[in-house]
Every structure is written in structure tokens, then in C-alpha cells.
Design a protein around this ligand. Structure first.
Ligand SMILES: [Zn+2]
Length: 201
């Protein structure tokens, strides 16, 4: 164990920053140093923003999105086309698809995919709520934006079966698009193209 050069408060900050995606111990140290150097301009406002976020963050009981209101900003937006729902595994996928800007419908976040290996069954995912939304009358199309893995495809198949007989088109994004938390790495044009080139499950 190397001897620490900072007090426990800064050491704790470094340890927590190192848990962020994309930050290893080295970059966490660099970020922590930057924060403590810019105590008034950055560290204090960041701490305040985080405290506010802790109190405000909720999971939308309609779609499973993470936001500061329930229903979330997307579900509550009357300009959205309520006849279409894109089903994603993760909130990161929702943010990526929405960022692409071409889609004006609603979303549904599953919270993962079915996995026999990891013991994830339909009841562990936000699927019953999806079926309820799809069956409520307004929905015409459900677009599955799930990963091209075996588990992703099993999940797509399961949802297709679950929604069968509802008079709803169930489609999926064009093949070759990595999803499941990875949509964020795609540029907006690729996302828009994958959305446009969707086809029946
Ligand atoms: Zn929502």
C-alpha cells in the first residue's frame, strides 16, 4: 500500500472519482487535484449540484427512464408521438437515441435483457409495464433497440410473443448496430439510419 500524499478527505474523493466510467486511479487523481484547485469555481458548485441531484433523481414509473420528475420529461411531453415506443435496455441508449433528434416518439427502458445464465427472467425486467402501455390503445408500433447478442435476441423474441395479437407492429433497428449501453458511441447519422431502416421482428 503506497503512502498517501493527501488527507483522507481528498483520498476519499479520489477513490469515488475512480469509480466513474472512463476514469482509472490516475485520471481520478488528476480530476481530484483539478477540483480541489478550483475549489470555489468547481468543487463547491459540483458538490451542490450533486446534493440537489441526489434529492431530485427518480425513476419514471411509466417508462423506467431516470429523470427528476415522474412521469419523466419525455413521457410528460405532449408534443411526443404517443403511437410509437422504442424499447431499450438501458437509459444510456435512450439518451443516445433521443440525442440523434430524429425520433419524436416515446421510450421504454427494460433495465437489461433476459439471461438464462445470469438468472434474469421477464419479471426482473420492466416488461409487464411495457405490455400494459402497449395494450392501452394508443400505441401502433413498438421498436426494439436491443443488442444483437443471443440474450438481446431472446428478449426481442419474448417481447414479440408477449405483444402478439395486440394489433401493434413490432419492429427492430437495422442489424449491425451495437446497442445495450453502446448506442452512445454512434454518431447521430448512423443512429438515424438504423432507426429508418428498421424492420419487422
Ligand atoms: Zn418516462
Amino acid at each position: 500500500m503506497p503512502r498517501s500524499v493527501t488527507g483522507p478527505e481528498i483520498e476519499r474523493l479520489i477513490q469515488l472519482l475512480a469509480k466513474l466510467p472512463g476514469l482509472g486511479p490516475r485520471s481520478a487523481r488528476r480530476a481530484a487535484l483539478h477540483l480541489v484547485r478550483k475549489k470555489d469555481e468547481l468543487l463547491a458548485p459540483l458538490a451542490k449540484a450533486m446534493a440537489v441531484a441526489v434529492d431530485a433523481v427518480v425513476v419514471c414509473s411509466t417508462c423506467g427512464n431516470i429523470d427528476t420528475s415522474d412521469p419523466c420529461t419525455i413521457c410528460a411531453d405532449p408534443r411526443r408521438d404517443a403511437s410509437t415506443i422504442i424499447v431499450v435496455e438501458d437509459v444510456a441508449d435512450l439518451w443516445a437515441l433521443d440525442r440523434a433528434g430524429t425520433y419524436k416518439g416515446l421510450f421504454h427502458v427494460l433495465g437489461g435483457v433476459l439471461s438464462a445464465l445470469e438468472g434474469v427472467g421477464p419479471e426482473d425486467l420492466n416488461i409487464a409495464r411495457l405490455a400494459a402501455r402497449a395494450g392501452a390503445g394508443e400505441v401502433r408500433e413498438v421498436i426494439l433497440a436491443l443488442s444483437a447478442t443471443v440474450d438481446g435476441q431472446t428478449t426481442a423474441h419474448y417481447i414479440g410473443e408477449r405483444l402478439a395479437g395486440m394489433d401493434i407492429a413490432v419492429t427492430r433497428l437495422a442489424h449491425g448496430v451495437p446497442v445495450g449501453g453502446e448506442l452512445d458511441y454512434l454518431d447521430d447519422g448512423t443512429l438515424a439510419a438504423a432507426l429508418k431502416a428498421r424492420r419487422p421482428v
